[in-house]
Design a protein around this ligand. Structure first.
Ligand SMILES: C[S@@+](CC[C@H](N)C(=O)[O-])C[C@H]1O[C@@H](n2cnc3c(N)ncnc32)[C@H](O)[C@@H]1O
Length: 216
């Protein structure tokens, strides 16, 4: 990682800044704002996201999630493992809404977080399927498997293995410890990977993973 990247601060965007940067439509901005309001409302009674991160929603959550679409512009089917409150999956679903064949699988093992996901999906009329399940137990054939803050890389690859084996590409949002996590993961897994820069966090990286197998 470049030393100056370690010093740089993430951009702080409002809705207008986010729209100028991403080209999102007015309808998508309205849906993203509605999702932020739902997050803020439900966060009062349920631990969904760090309360302070609502103030930086457009960078920390909206941009962090939506940047994945530019890396896989033709992908229609996604699975978000450990979706929690729906990050990145709900943001992706908002932006994919209306595209024929689009579907985001939101995979979350905690039932109460799935209740929030059901509310968001209904309020925003999203192309999602919610699975209250452990990610590693599902057998979904999809284009892209993603996750943010779900587990360290070694464990996350175990969750993602069934999806990668069915042909998915992995795009995982990771923080500044990614290099150490990858070194550790290579003790258990053999895989091809690329480290891509994050638009929302100069210290973060997106790990693109293909061809996963266990180290014997
Ligand atoms: C720290 S939260 C992150 C949530 C969200 N991705 C985000 O970035 O805000 C991790 C979530 O992963 C879920 N989780 C952990 N292991 C899982 C598994 N094997 N299958 C499904 N969900 C899992 C947890 O219940 C939790 O909601």
């Amino acid at each position: 990682m470049q030393p100056d990247a370690l010093l740089a601060e993430p951009p702080v965007l409002d809705a207008a800044g986010y729209q100028a940067l991403t080209g999102a439509s007015d309808a998508q901005i309205a849906d993203l704002a509605r999702y932020r309001d739902l997050l803020a409302e439900w966060n009062e009674v349920m631990n969904l996201v760090g309360p302070l991160t609502i103030a930086t929603y457009w960078t920390r959550h909206a941009l962090d999630s939506s940047q994945l679409l530019a890396l896989a512009p033709d992908a229609l089917t996604w699975a978000d493992l450990g979706a929690g409150a729906g990050l990145p999956g709900v943001v992706l679903a908002i932006l994919l809404k209306g595209r024929e064949g689009a579907k985001v699988h939101l995979v979350e093992s905690m039932a109460k977080r799935c209740r929030f996901l059901e509310v968001a999906a209904q309020a925003l009329d999203l192309p999602v399927e919610i699975h209250n399940a452990r990610a590693e137990t599902l057998k979904l054939k999809i284009d892209i498997v993603t996750a943010r803050a779900c587990a360290p890389m070694t464990k996350l690859l175990g969750f993602a293995e069934p999806y990668l084996h069915r042909g998915a590409t992995g795009l995982f949002l990771k923080g500044q410890d990614v290099a150490a996590e990858l070194t550790e993961a290579r003790k258990a897994w053999s895989f091809a990977s690329d480290l891509l820069p994050s638009q929302s966090d100069p210290r973060g990286r997106i790990v693109q993973v293909k061809r996963l197998s266990r180290v014997r």
